[in-house]
Design a protein around this ligand. Sequence first.
Ligand SMILES: Nc1ncnc2c1ncn2[C@@H]1O[C@H](COP(=O)(O)OP(=O)(O)OP(=O)(O)O)[C@@H](O)[C@H]1O
Length: 580
Amino acid sequence: MIRIARRNLALWATLGAVFFLLIQVSCDLYLPTVTADLVNQGIVQKDMGVIWNRGIKMLIVAAIGLVAAGLNVYFAATQSMKVGEKLRSQIYHKVLRFSNREVDEFGDSSLITRSTNDIVQIQNVMVQMLRMMLQSPVMLIAACVLAYTREPKLTKIFFISLPVLAIIVMAVMYFAVPLFKSIQKKTDRINLIFREGLTGVRVIRAFRQDDREQTRFKKANEDYTQTGIKAFTIVSTLFPVVTLILGMTNVAIILLGGHLVANMSMQVGDLIAFMTYATQIMISFMMLSMIFVFVPRASASAARVNAVLDQPISIRNAPENDQEKINVDEPASLEFKDVDFRFNGAERLALKDLNFKVKAGQTLAIIGGTGAGKSALVNLIPRLFDVERGEIKVDGVAIKKLSQHDLHEVISITQQQAVLFSGTIRSNLQFGYDQATDDQMWHALEIAQAADFVREAGGLDTVVEQNGSNFSGGQRQRLAIARTIIKPASIYIFDDSFSALDFETDAKLRAALAQDPQIQQAVTVIVAQRISTVVDADQIIVLDEGRVVGQGTHQELKANNKTYQQIIRSQVEKGDVERA
Ligand SMILES: Nc1ncnc2c1ncn2[C@@H]1O[C@H](COP(=O)(O)OP(=O)(O)OP(=O)(O)O)[C@@H](O)[C@H]1O
């Protein structure tokens, strides 16, 4: 929490908040002194001059206190909002640099909770820090000293009431703080179920699992609510208990003080002032205790936010003097040399002993069953994951020696899951190449076999809803392919991107790709499960359980490779293969 404050609070604004707070506290502490004067020298001695004088003084002091309090709140509130703004930006910036490994480590729902709910907790405590955390101790100590100067004998009462209050506060903290800490984890759980429910709503309905999902959510929701109720019930006992202790302290002050007033050893005004200080002491003590309840909760949130900000990025650029350059405008080759890869924490290797080279202008196809490691292989090229052993080279340079900026400059990829962004078709295509002209966009759409439906939908400015939900799965795929094609690159990767297309469209698309001058010069990597998609490739790699079990052209593999022959047979049986 302190680290976040130190890094993100502006010094001038913090000093401003502290300055106005001190003015407000001074006014609050000065008022009882003026009240005492008003009573002792004005009311008791019936001196109207003093009454007017002290009355106006009280008004002025109260007004200054009010303005100072307002300015303190202004600085505290704006600063805490700004801290929230900075933290959200820092988390977003960091998460965008995360590899899949780091995202998996936190979980995306937890990352959302951390950048929303946790930051709100920090913001709330930041306001308190700039207000109550300073006000309470200063007020507590100063009011004790001032009360003592009014009448030392009466301060003995505090020796009983303050320890009682302290014990109660500690008990409340002991029970409430762990509950507040666990609330954040329970928020993660609610977000997770909510998110899964939203993204999987069609599956839930299709499998008629609405009741099951609702029960799952209800359980998590109830758990969260019950913990919240418990925590706030415990904290809410503080208020009546402190009011009771404050009332009893005042009764004791009146009894003892009344005695002193009757004995003429204390004036009525001083007794009133003493009672005001007593109230200030108790309230400051309570505020301080509330801080002790809420700070640990915010500290837990701060730790969760810091964990994201401190998370080392597993995929980093090589030191600048160790980096190498390639000409990003020239065609490049792609080479895998003795590559092994393992997912984070996995026992077995997902890919083992990969060796191949694809020259500029050639097409590499990767075929294999479900879970064979095809996506893992292509995701190694843009360094979404890093190899465990071996080397991947682009244009003869190890990709670890390239800056990720340069590497991503030469790669254009369509992921297995077509991702579109809310906006228009134009903005989605510009995502691939922001300087693309309308002609280039239509050309890419033509190759991707998307031009017809885009024209029908209303052209390049057709709106794309969140996740591209106003397009079918196959249309989303084709738009994602168009975005990949439009980017000038040396390596084009299509990760199972043709699977949502029918045979005819798949064939047309590949034929159009082969005709495109930009693609003709580049390395094209096509991941597929269908033989018909890979037949024309210059080189086909057959993957099975992460191992290369066949490598060659379609004709070579068809003649010699058992696994490839098996795939052909299974697809012929299903009637899938037309040309194999
Ligand atoms: N994040 C992950 N952590 C651990 N193991 C994973 C992870 N992602 C995938 N795997 C495992 O690694 C293997 C290869 O996965 P990959 O996604 O590369 O297969 P694939 O050939 O692309 O399959 P598909 O054709 O079904 O998409 C699978 O056995 C899978 O279970």
